[in-house]
Design a protein around this ligand. Structure first.
Ligand code: GLY
Length: 572
């Protein structure tokens, strides 16, 4: 029998606890879609399903790339495209790695000062809206290059479900309807006519794009040359020239996608493979990860003051280097090996201290001699990840740059044209639409590729494929990919939790740290302010929209499809 004092003590302790919540059960992990064999994660369910349909037919990840890329052009015209460009990083089932650059190029008639007035003032609208903003599109060259080198199924078979999607239509989502409403009047103004995307489609409506179905049919019949020399090329150039553009048939004819060596580096036992220049993604990701590698991030805790501070300081230094050193490697010499080396990372962090922020005004690019080397939020790009049943893995990021690119819609062909010219430094030292300050290395030259931040990334662990990851988000792409990797590796999150977790971003200039709103504890933000960081929780409703695939220890694939969009993982 229990004694009276014991019962009294029990009563008093129950009384004392009556207003306190029951001790929290550890939250069950949020797990994304699981699949045993293969998976596609993209911005639209239709595109992921079409990719998986190709995989189930026996196609490989490269076949699925062609179909997924084109399906996004149909169902996600915000960023999916025929009129833009992108990058793919791959790892085959045999462990061979590579990268494809199908980034747009400046037209032959482009000039360094084409967006400046006679007094040297930057006319920023000219590089963002209308025909002068358009770079020579690379996407069609990209899918044909992938198909030729690594695909297995006939192109007609890959495009058949995409043509059916364009012809039978896709259903407008709530998020998509909001964007159509926001941009319909802009499309009408820029194009000086109504078109498919000015009809005020609502959520639940079906959009059929017969013009795009016909363009895709011609590509399936006649191949790559249809877009760069054939009827489509002629129609595209006539359209752009009618809008005072400068792209010619000669520009299209000269366009080639380039196979490149990806950037490769290690982080605490991981082997990370990411996109090389003309994207800054892989180089900046490597720089930041090498700068933070000596520190015990997992010990500091996820999104703690200390870990945010460390990452922001590494980001500050990497983005300062980005502005100075990076551009199209076919035009500028880049000290790539030095930039991503451990020794250089250590030297860049020499003036870092946990006691206070390093003001960006005190940070410039690091000093590398060539002899030694021998914002506003944006979601307009799109990323997808694919793993096939053979063990091939790809990460692909593709873009029109801004939302619906230049807003120019080639009605007869059924697609939007990019405004990628804004990714050049139109006037070195002046920010672009992402607030990024460009340097001389990224100045406009005919046939040059504009610097990108796209960061399609594959990761190996213990010699095997481990993760495919990437995101849209302009300048925030690099830092979103970074945080997603760290969330899984340092903080033991599932793939879906890592994608869901709130994100922050710093890019040297402007000297502010942006946070997704209502996601970070106020005491953390206050302690960062006290250390000298300028905090912005109002101007980045979302940072990144990550799609990723993680291979779990038993070989199962876990998809991470970003809750911030309509993104969907489909697998089998
Ligand atoms: N257009 C965005 C990027 O390439 O980074």
């Amino acid at each position: 029998m229990k004694s009276l004092p014991y019962l009294l003590l029990l009563f008093l302790s129950l009384w004392a606890c009556k207003d306190k919540p029951a001790p929290a059960e550890p939250a069950a992990p949020v797990i994304g879609t699981l699949a045993e064999n293969a998976m596609v994660v993209s911005a639209r369910e239709e595109a992921s399903k079409i990719g998986v349909e190709i995989l189930k037919k026996g196609g490989n990840a490269f076949d699925a790339m062609v179909a997924t890329e084109m399906a996004l052009a149909v169902a996600y015209p915000y960023a999916g495209n025929l009129g833009g460009g992108g990058f793919m990083v791959y790892r085959t089932q045999y462990g061979e790695i590579g990268a494809l650059d199908y980034r747009e190029k400046a037209p032959l008639a482009a000039e360094r000062d084409m967006y400046l007035d006679s007094a040297g003032n930057y006319l920023s609208e000219k590089s963002k809206v209308g025909a002068l903003a358009v770079g020579v599109p690379g996407t069609v060259a990209g899918i044909f290059a992938v198909h030729q080198k690594l695909g297995t199924l006939p192109m007609e078979e890959l495009l058949r479900p995409v043509i059916a999607l364009a012809r039978n239509g896709y259903v407008v989502t709530e998020k998509q309807a909001g964007r159509f409403e926001q941009y319909a009047s802009v499309f009408e103004k820029v194009n000086e006519e109504a078109s498919l995307y000015t009809l005020g489609q609502k959520a639940g409506d079906t959009i059929k794009n017969e013009a795009l179905a016909a363009t895709l049919e011609r590509l399936a019949d006649k191949g790559r040359s249809e877009f760069y020399q054939g009827e489509t090329a002629e129609k595209l150039v006539a359209f752009l020239q009618s809008k005072n553009g400068i792209i010619t048939l000669e520009d299209l004819d000269a366009y080639e996608a380039q196979w490149r060596e990806p950037v490769q580096f290690t982080y605490k036992g991981l082997n990370i493979i990411s996109m090389s220049p003309p994207s800054s993604g892989g180089v900046c990701l490597a720089q930041i990860m090498k700068m933070v590698e000596p520190y015990d991030l997992s010990e500091y805790g996820h999104n703690s003051t200390k870990s945010i501070q460390l990452l922001a300081e590494a980001e500050r230094r990497a983005y300062a280097d980005r502005s100075y050193y990076l551009g199209d490697p076919d035009f500028v010499e880049i000290p790539l090996d030095t930039l991503i080396s451990e020794g250089y990372a250590v030297s860049r962090m020499e003036n870092f201290t946990f006691q206070a922020a390093t003001p960006s005004s005190e940070v410039t690019h690091g000093n590398i001699t060539m002899a030694e080397a021998a914002m506003a939020e944006s979601m307009e790009t799109t990323h997808y990840s694919i793993v096939d049943a053979f063990g091939n893995a790809i990460a692909v990021t593709t873009t029109l740059n801004g939302a619906y690119g230049s807003k120019l819609y080639a009605k007869e062909l059924g697609f939007f044209l990019n405004n990628e010219m804004d990714d050049f430094s139109a006037k070195p030292g002046t920010p672009n639409m992402f607030g990024l300050i460009g340097g001389e290395a990224n100045a406009i030259e005919p046939q040059k590729r504009m610097l990108s931040s796209m960061t399609p990334t594959l990761i190996e662990k213990e010699g095997a494929f481990w993760m495919s990851v990437g995101t849209p988000g302009g300048s925030t792409i690099i830092t979103s990919v970074l945080q997603t990797i760290l969330n899984v590796y340092e903080y033991d999150m599932s793939m879906q939790e890592a994608v869901n977790a709130p994100r922050f971003h710093h890019q040297w200039l402007p000297d502010i740290v942006m946070f997704e709103p209502d996601s970070f504890p106020q005491p953390t933000l206050d302690s960062l302010s006290q250390l000298g960081y300028t905090i912005d929780v109002n101007n980045a409703p979302v940072i990144g929209k990550v799609d990723a695939i993680l291979r779990l220890p038993d070989g199962t694939l876990e998809g991470g499809a970003d809750r911030r969009g309509d993104d969907t993982a489909v697998g089998y």
